[in-house]
Design a protein around this ligand. Structure first.
Ligand code: UDP
Length: 240
């Protein structure tokens, strides 16, 4: 089975490589190349990109900044990532549109759901920047929201780890990776796949989430082809 329309969630940290802060253009080019392969086999790809490589609202708030204001800065940071990724995708030959939830019309289109779907149907990648446009949310929740809105069949949560474990594999050598698990277990055991709001939204709208290691070459296309990699979070079965 090959998915027809997917939503890829990239954390901001994925774009920073080993730099510790900001954007590593080489890493972004590699990710763009993999996304380009997926688009070129006819899969419609929407992307939500985070901003943690530049600014996190919660962190700034804990240092004394007003939380809502800090979150707006965080959302604006995601737009820098979105535009950088757009550039890399276009250099890889994929026409790409950025749509933002906070108006920034000189650099990106506003978020318009029907227009986003139209872009996807025309074979363009669509990157959603500025999160949901609301403070106190995350880009994971944005991914769940946008996936529901554009009727994506699946969310790919591409991270630095190769799936979801029953305990921290860095601390516990016996930790086991789930191949599949339910939304309910993620929520009750606080398994940190995505935040609770995102998981609840996926559960309500029956959107499966595949968690996999972004930095294994070919993983994005393998996931699109339905190969069992990483961990599948969904409605019913559980296996380790
Ligand atoms: N943010 C927000 N509302 C949203 C999405 C994001 O306020 O709908 C802010 C929030 O401050 C967050 C920052 O943007 O810390 C960056 O997003 P996130 O932490 O989700 O990025 P990631 O962890 O994926 O890099």
């Amino acid at each position: 089975m090959t998915y027809k329309r997917v939503l890829l969630k990239l954390s901001g940290e994925a774009l920073m490589g080993d730099l510790g802060y900001g954007i590593d253009p080489k890493v972004v080019a590699d990710i763009a190349q993999e996304i380009a392969e997926v688009v070129s086999i006819g899969t419609q790809v929407a992307i939500v990109v985070g901003g943690g490589n530049i600014f996190r609202g919660v962190k700034a708030a804990s240092a004394g900044m007003d939380r809502a204001t800090a979150d707006y800065v965080g959302m604006i940071a995601t737009v820098m990532n979105a535009i950088t990724l757009q550039d890399a995708l276009e250099q890889a030959g994929i026409p790409t549109r950025v749509q933002t939830a906070i108006a920034m019309q000189e650099v990106a289109e506003p978020y318009i759901r029907r227009r986003a779907i139209r872009h996807l149907e025309k074979g363009r990648a669509v990157i959603f920047g500025a999160g949901s446009g609301n403070p106190f949310f995350t880009t994971d929740t944005t991914a769940a929201l946008r996936a529901a809105e554009i009727e994506a069949q699946v969310i790919f949560k591409a991270t630095k780890v190769d799936g979801v474990y029953d305990s921290d594999p860095k601390l516990n050598p016996e930790a086991k990776r789930y191949t599949s698990l339910t939304y309910d277990r993620v929520l009750t055991q606080d398994l940190r796949v995505m935040d609770g709001t995102a998981i609840a939204l996926c559960r309500e709208n029956n959107i499966p989430i595949v968690v996999f290691d972004l930095f294994v070459r070919g993983n994005i296309i393998r996931s699109v082809k339905g190969e069992a990699i990483g961990t599948l979070v969904g409605g019913s079965c559980e296996t380790k």
